[in-house]
Design a protein around this ligand. Sequence first.
Ligand code: IPM
Ligand code: MG
Length: 364
Amino acid sequence: MNFKITTIPGDGIGPEIVAEARKVLLRVSEVYGHSFSFEEVLMGGCSIDAYGEPLTDETIEKCKASDAVLMGSIGGKVGQSKWYELPPEKRPEAGLLKLRKSLGLFCNLRPAHLYPELKKACPLRESIADKGFDVMMVRELTGGLYFGKRKTEVVDGEEVAIDTLEYHDYEIRRIAKKAFEIAMKRNKKVTSVDKANVLDSSRLWRRIFAEVAADYPEVELENALVDSTAMQLVRNPAQFDVVATENMFGDILSDEMAEIAGSLGMLPSASLREDSFGLYEPSGGSAPDIAGMNIANPLATILSAAMMLRYSFNLTKEADSIENAVAEALAQGYRTGDIMDDSAEGLKKLHTDEMGDKIAELIK
Ligand code: IPM
Ligand code: MG
């Protein structure tokens, strides 16, 4: 089978980690006899430097014409990078949001599980880490505060900034369906996270989740408040299966999930719509501090490539082969700096490219 992949290396560590995911995909294509063709485009700060805008129409068109998009990361350091002297709609992040919206990618999956080998990297109490966890976050990605009306104005001589949290029935319904469909293939539990004790948008969210739940009698629906969920995630993450939530809450909780899974460098993500097309990117950022040093963890990006094979190309065995290779590399003691434990014996610290080589070598 032949698949067209658009790559967006982006800024910071993006080019380094995408190169490793691409290396692993090429190895998969050799072993399993597929052909993947890659076309690279610019987005984010590098696109501002080249074209004066973070996302060009040409980049959007190229993404649309492909079977899937593999992305690294975008953006720089606020206060340091000249990109942040531009008006907000011209900054790197605006490009990513516009791309998600233009491609209709409303469903963001962020799976976090604790590899047994990374228990030491988990900041939770040993008794909690010992139980392990496997959480699939389903984050709504094209609505809420990120896309609501906003303005900054001067009222009575004082500056006022307004962001709007808006959700429509259909937006909640379609993400709820995705969450229940995914739960059906997992442990049949959905925790819908909101702030229904305060927000109207959350009350609508909760009502529609209850309606959709009626079509999935086998799945248990639990409602939880976002503050309490933030606490429960560190107290007892094993209680969760699918966690479904709106855009902003999902952004925040997914960083927390990544941290308890050992590192942001371990958390992949898939951004999907109703058909098989998707955009795959690590959940972490561009880490400008360590860009170009060949020390970033490429595993989240490599695992995102595995999600691409699973969700966009329906190549289950091939996706498994990548995930197994990652587990195997960790079991053999290979680590990047972020998940290294200097006090443990038998661990081998690898550079970004060496980790990519290792995973490629372990593809069976
Ligand atoms: C993420 C990132 C983005 C988001 C930023 C870069 C706009 O934090 O993918 O989680 O907030 O969605
Ligand atoms: Mg985030």
